[in-house]
Design a binder for this molecule. Sequence first.
Ligand code: ATP
Ligand code: NI
Length: 335
Amino acid sequence: MEAPILQIAGLRAVFRIAGRDIAAVQDIDLEIGSGETVALVGESGSGKSVTSLSIMGLLAKKIGHIADGRISIRRRDGSVTELTGLDAEQLRRVRGNDIGMVFQEPMTSLNPVYTIGEQIAEPIRIHLGKSHREAAAEAVRLLTQVGIPDPARRAKQYPHELSGGMRQRATIAMALACNPTLLIADEPTTALDVTIQAQILDLLADLQAERGMGILFVTHNLGVVAEIADRVAVMYAGRIVETGPVSEVFARPRHPYTIGLMRSVPRLGQATALKAAGTPLPTIAGNVPSLAMLPKGCSFAPRCPMAIDACRAAVPPLFQVSQTQASRCIRWEEL
Ligand SMILES: Nc1ncnc2c1ncn2[C@@H]1O[C@H](COP(=O)(O)OP(=O)(O)OP(=O)(O)O)[C@@H](O)[C@H]1O
Ligand code: NI
């Protein structure tokens, strides 16, 4: 069988705070196959971005580091590279060649002093060894592919001359420039209005169908999950608490946290309606625990209507609910 595009096993990433290593994410296992979209969903601070930054090797910039676990990706030539063993230069090369990134705010990826065309062409020259002319032509072709009208003219413009939606399309073109096998999109539509948001989601789905890349999609919006993802991993306080195909998890969530998230979402499965409403995650009573003071057992127990003493004794493992769905709740059978 073909190796997955992305394989994460036992990831633990920590930040050093007041002389102590605090785990921002731990026990993370995650796989993405080619052509598959996996959504990471959870409240603010649950560890979605730390997980994606770990894959990209960008944690160091935030003074965190990977303390444990393995992250490997399958490259275009079929070889599998273990990312956690690479030095900074090797990682940069993998990022340029095999992993594309799109963030919430397009201006974090775009440089205001270079034209859109120059910025898309640069990685093509550097990583694919194309000439200036070839790279410039390729940039225009990519702008066409991401649905930017009049791409030759747009290529000569600076980021501030584009609308927010067009800028996000341009950063997607940039992320695709080297034909990555994995695209990591961290809240790529959160800053956009709902109409543009829907267009960008459609664009990503189209591009994926054409290119067969794996997508890790970080979002706090369940409607977006339903719309774009094949599988979902629900994060809480740095751990995946439930995972499985979107259809299974939405039809029958097997973790009280997932149930809480979905409770106030009307008519599940009505993805388009949810998306149109821009539905944020509903609020659940109580607060996310501080990562520095996680309770002893299940992190969700203090907020959980189902919690019993056993929940507070030890962190539950991920129980296999079906061949494809898993839950970190010891009472999953009662749900
Ligand atoms: N630079 C940092 N220094 C210390 N702790 C950090 C840092 N960045 C993140 N963390 C910790 O890691 C946790 C997870 O953060 P992360 O950014 O992954 O959350 P998230 O799920 O992406 O949230 P959001 O939906 O708000 O983007 C945070 O709660 C915070 O405690
Ligand atoms: Ni985030």
